[in-house]
Design a protein around this ligand. Sequence first.
Ligand code: GP9
Ligand code: MN
Length: 428
Amino acid sequence: NASDLKTVQDYIEKYRATPNPAYTGVAKNKNVFVIHLESFQQFLINYKVDGQEVTPNLNKLVADQNTLSFDNFFNQVGQGKTSDAEMMLENSLFGLPSGSAMSLYGTANTFEAAPAILGQQGYTTAVMHGGKGSFWNRKNTYKSWGYDFFFDLADYTNKKGFYLNYGLKDKLFLKQSSKYIEQLPQPFYTKIITVTNHYPYPLDKENQQIVKTDTGDSTVDGYVQTAHYLDQALGEFIQYLKDTGLYNNSLIMMYGDHYGISGNHKKASAQLFGQKTFDDFDNLQFQRVPLIFHMPGLKGGVNHTYGGEIDVLPTLLNLLGVNNENTIQFGNDLLSSANRQIVAQRNGDFVTPKYSKVSTAYYYTQTGKKIKKPTKEEKDELATIANSVTSELSLSDRVITGDLLRFYEPKWFKKIDKSKYSYTVKDT
Ligand code: GP9
Ligand code: MN
């Protein structure tokens, strides 16, 4: 009920980090491309197989002086995988402890999502995905989030050999997306969801343009190949943006949604890094995924702040100069010096610049050494962090399971009328 909302609001206001004013509005009224890099982990950046870069295009992008990237940025998904990433990125709300929040609550709940917020700032908003529109209940959830358009598999040409695993192959998908992109009134906000780099990483022969790794674990070894393919697709897409001039008036944001190599492949993971072992601590650190912002004129560099997917929306809204006061968002601006840098995992584990927790074990983040006998001071610090992790996760769950945003009516935000969104999805 409404008093639950007050509890949530009090918590959020207590820890809200004032956004970094040096970045406020630097991307005002720019088009925004949000590019979802399927199963893409941070370690792939600058990783080489047999001397060959797996992701030359992303490496070049990250090194660009107008690219701001984060190297201590973590995925925070649970069972909802891609859908949890989408929920966090566009609402700054966590996925649920089990199941997918988009599937369970996406249709009925009230949201204050990025497309709704930006739509009210004059943006046209669209999602493009070469997979089935019913997957993860996207077709309904996107209406609740205020997306003007959703282009799914049915809106793309799908000839023999175009489709692989969960959707159109990324190169074909991105190429065909141009016809929709070019029709969007500017400024636009468009989320482009890639899919080829998805478990179990199959790829047709002609697109295999880098050798597999040789750990002997058949699912792990294909990962670099599909990641390389995704990188090539991105390279072509960036070239397209340059050719059309969109590159010059757009902010490009890219993120990896979650791991590609799960914790069930520790032996192979150790081999990827020439390590003897790969323990729970290593696996937690392995949850890093890229977060990249590129825009001509953007003050770039590699930022080492610890953060996660929950923090993206406030960071993005600050770059776009959109007022974000009093919002029900659990994340904070990653560029703010007041960001507490406590990165929750959905299961209650956490990472901070100082400490990492995996189930009942604590480690020093910088060395990976287990904390066997914490001092009194360390104990207190760890308890404080653990408390705030539990609080933010459970309060976020209350927002979703109690549909609390229906009670929230800030003056600056008009609630989304779902019935006004008429796009249909033909695969069901
Ligand atoms: C399918 C895709 C995959 O449309 O987004 O989702 P995932 O299996 O990664 O959660
Ligand atoms: Mn995914």
